[in-house]
Design a protein around this ligand. Structure first.
Ligand code: GZL
Length: 327
């Protein structure tokens, strides 16, 4: 082969390698070499609950373990802060954007901007209600309708032999969020065949202890008879327990409590008889998220929906789980 032909062959091969490296499936990696460290922009809802703290810890630790650079933003439960963070990640040309949308609606515009920048988006924990499925590559998180159903099914069994009305008050999660919408509908579906169950009051406690206590105080003043509290998360249930005790009543006895998350503080309250049933919601999504990130950047196909596995706790199970509970 002539020297000219050999040189052309080597040059051609060089171009192919550089192009391959630059085609990491995202605008952010177009100009980065094969050895480039993956960069993920993560917009977190906030730090509103024990569940969220555990979720953040899991994501941060998993990124470190995976050798992935994490740009982390806490939105303090404000959608406008999440949108700002996503725009900043686009400007920084990160490889992948991941986030837990504080509410279901209002994401299409900013997710289209990420798509136009060829930066793949992964949803974790909460879903969006966008009809355009091209705006994100995968959704990793719990089935909140199932969680609400588990709570309702427990109540139906617990009150199977009860005669009169069972008055329920409901502490809802953040208004417009997927867990609040779905835990409410799953619960309502589970109890709808039983006329004795009456949801006499339902209001958002925004997934926080403080607000959960405040709203429970209002329920206790306005409702002549409360038999059950259904709280969309443990932090609101723990706030409500303070209100119930300050009103001179026994949580778990005078007012039965069914909650969601399964965080350590709630399992501890369960072991003291203050919460009667807890539906687990698993916050430890970090490892699965980083695995998804690597697969997406390698151009591998990933499932559109990855549902996290989770169980339920009775007081006996809570007591047994407590010593080794990570969060
Ligand atoms: C559920 C998550 C919810 C938790 C709350 O996956 O989005 O948000 O149940 C948290 O504790 O605030």
């Amino acid at each position: 082969m002539s020297k000219r032909a050999a040189a052309a062959l080597v040059a051609g091969a060089m171009v192919a390698v550089l192009t391959a490296c630059g085609s990491g499936g995202g605008g952010g990696s177009a100009d980065k070499g094969a050895g480039h460290k993956l960069v993920v922009g993560f917009s977190q809802v906030g730090a509103e609950s024990g569940w969220r703290t555990a979720n953040t810890k899991s994501i941060q630790e998993s990124a470190k373990k995976a050798g992935i650079e994490l740009k982390f933003s806490d939105a303090q439960q404000k959608q406008e802060n999440q949108i700002k963070a996503i725009r900043s990640f686009i400007q920084q040309k990160v490889d992948v954007i991941a986030f837990s949308p504080v509410v279901e609606s209002g994401w299409d515009t900013v997710l289209k901007e990420a798509k136009d920048a060829h930066i793949p988006v992964i949803l974790t924990d909460r879903a969006v209600d966008s009809k355009d499925e091209s705006l994100y590559v995968s959704f990793l998180g719990s089935d909140f309708v199932e969680e609400g159903k588990k709570a309702g099914d427990w109540l139906v069994k617990e009150y199977a032999s009860a005669g009169g009305d069972v008055n329920i008050v409901q502490l809802e999660g953040t208004t417009g969020s997927a867990p609040a919408n779905d835990r409410k509908s799953g619960f309502a579906d589970a109890i709808k065949g039983e006329p004795k169950f009456k949801v006499v009051a339902s209001q958002t406690g925004d997934f926080t202890r403080a607000k959960g206590k405040e709203v429970m105080q209002a329920f206790l003043k306005s409702q002549p008879k409360i038999d059950v509290l259904y709280a969309h998360n443990d932090d609101m249930a723990l706030g409500a327990i303070q209100a119930i005790e300050e009103a001179g009543k026994k949580p778990g006895t005078d007012i039965k409590i069914v909650s969601v998350d399964g965080v350590k503080d709630a399992l501890s309250a369960m072991s003291q008889g203050k919460i009667n049933y807890d539906v687990e919601c698993n916050p430890l999504l970090g490892d699965q998220l980083m695995d998804l990130v690597k697969k997406v950047k390698a151009g591998e196909s990933v499932p559109r929906r990855i549902k996290t596995e989770e169980g339920t706790f009775t007081p006996e199970q809570a007591t047994a789980a407590l010593p080794n509970r990570q969060y």
